[in-house]
Design a protein around this ligand. Sequence first.
Ligand code: 5RP
Length: 236
Amino acid sequence: MSRELSPPDRAKFLAARQALTFVEDGMRLGLGTGSTAAWFHRLLAERIHREGLNVIGVPTSSRTRDLCNALGVPLTTLDDAGWLDLTIDGADELDESLTLIKGGGGALLLEKIVATASDRMLVIADGAKRVKTLGAFPLPVEIVPFGWKTTKAIVEEALADLDVDGRNSTLRLHNSEPFVTDEGHFIIDLHLGRIGDATALAHLLTDIPGVVETGLFIGIAQAAVIGEPGGTVIRM
Ligand code: 5RP
């Protein structure tokens, strides 16, 4: 199957296939969102059906829930699972310390809740996601719809105190309407260019009323499998 794929898709497929070796019988899994995570879900379903692998997953979005239902991956809720053994999810950017930018697919809030409720988070990504300095990818920030224009203006103003290159933000749209997350919120994407201090930025943003969560994952991921068209690299 992997021979027919474009180089980026092959890299994602290889990362997902390698991640499957971290999965053990009986595990409760956090199931990420995005195209790399979708490769993992397809491969996981194959193992479930072929080998009788006994796992249960908590999806991080309605999209992942629908895909896993179609694939026959058994699902539960986070409240029923209580705690998870392993979350496998993609990323938009990751640096050497495994700080991530996530939320390109709009699922950052549930992704962060699920990853935080897991013993381990394993990131799966193609090599293009690996960066020296975070921030070229616009940082998604989930906000409540009430007063969103004011919240957006306060966020932009607050960025003046931080070590970043850009301070503009844009409301994420879908079919010319505000994109609405699974929890009914909006997303603004911050065009920062470069993030000097991710921890300071995360604290500053989550202190603003109206901000629900940011796509910065700091100290959450323990390992990453990076796919390259020629193979995979595991970073622990
Ligand atoms: C969704 C995410 C995704 O993990 C991230 O956008 C990476 O997606 P892809 O694997 O399609 O490149 O955070 O909210």
